[in-house]
Write a protein that binds this ligand. Structure first.
Ligand code: GDP
Length: 301
């Protein structure tokens, strides 16, 4: 799948310019690092991440970390690849944490439109494939059609939804979330996925609500769901959610769009939280475990 189209092309081009050269001079390396820097900035990667990335690549390429099996251009490609893996979170994919005593609680937070509800369905379907029995919880009672939308993805995934009874007023999302724990235990669901409300911008009341849901359910994972297209706002939004609610991992959505790559390449390093999953389309199967090394190779191929 085409991802990070322009960024990917630019990086590949910057690196292929080195191939025609036999021995690399410091000026060649500086030139390439400058191109990489520009490509990352234009892809909306956060400035501190760009600076750190460029400094690491430059230092390593200029240093005497020599691998005799590779020619100089291949060495730089390898360094860039390793540095991409590093900023994407390191070698290993971080596994979802499960509770010792079920139910495992996974809470989804993020801005409205980030893709939380869709993700709830994707995650549920994926968990069913792993022999779990998840239940979705409608704690987004802000938007009138949010519960209906969650019901639709739940039906597609073949899992139930716990929601306040229709006609019961707007309902209290914290209570719904708390009650869902008991229902999950009674109905033998070993995973509970809580969909929470999102606003268009970061909002104090919303943060407090999410915080209260977290207090009430003590989740094993709080996943911050972020639209890859958000660009430069990614870091500020992630920080606001981390301060306001606190999260354990990140899910990148809409990687199938013409995402420039900024969010993907910025959030792991700037928040220090791993990216667990990627969402790559509107269908429930457009979902994958996030592997930093595979993502880096996709960017460089
Ligand atoms: P929420 O407000 O965070 O619950 O976001 P939704 O799950 O309602 O998603 C908002 C819109 O984005 C919907 O139209 C989804 O179909 C769409 N969407 C969600 N994830 C993806 C994705 O990975 N790729 C694409 N192309 N669209 C997505």
């Amino acid at each position: 799948m085409a991802m990070f189209g322009n960024l990917s092309d630019r990086l590949v081009e910057a690196l292929s310019n080195l191939r025609s050269k036999g021995k690399l001079t410091a000026a060649d390396i500086d030139g390439t690092v400058r191109e990489i820097r520009r490509a990352l900035l234009e892809a909306d990667v956060a400035l501190p991440v760009v600076k750190d990335f460029a400094a690491h690549v430059r230092e390593r390429a200029l240093g005497d970390e020599v691998n005799r099996a590779l020619n100089p251009a291949q060495q730089v490609v390898q360094i860039v690849n390793e540095e991409l893996v590093r900023i994407l979170g390191g070698d290993e994919a971080r596994q979802l944490s499960f509770a010792k005593r079920p139910p495992t609680v996974i809470m989804l937070v993020g801005l409205q439109g980030a893709g939380k509800t869709t993700l709830a369905g994707k995650l549920a379907k994926w968990l069913v494939g792993q022999k779990h029995s998840p239940m979705l919880v409608a704690a987004d009672l802000q938007r009138p059609n949010a519960v209906t939308q969650l019901q639709i993805v739940a039906d597609q995934a073949g899992v139930p939804v716990f929601a306040p009874e229709p006609g019961n007023g707007v309902g209290d999302p914290v209570r719904v979330a708390r009650d869902s724990m008991r229902i999950a235990t009674e109905k033998l669901h070993d995973v509970v996925i809580i969909d929470t409300a999102g606003r268009l911008g970061v909002d104090e009341e919303l943060m407090r609500q999410a915080h209260n849901i977290k207090e009430a359910t003590n989740p094993d994972e709080v996943l911050f769901v972020i639209d890859s297209m958000i660009g430069q706002d990614a870091v500020a939004t992630a920080k606001a959610f981390d301060e306001g609610v606190g999260f354990t991992g990140v899910v990148l959505t809409k990687l199938d769009g013409d995402a420039r790559g900024g969010a993907a390449l910025s959030v792991a390093q700037t928040t220090g939280k791993p990216i667990l999953f990627a969402s790559t389309g509107e269908r429930l199967d457009d979902f994958e475990v996030f592997h930093p090394d595979r993502m880096a190779s996709r960017i460089l191929n």
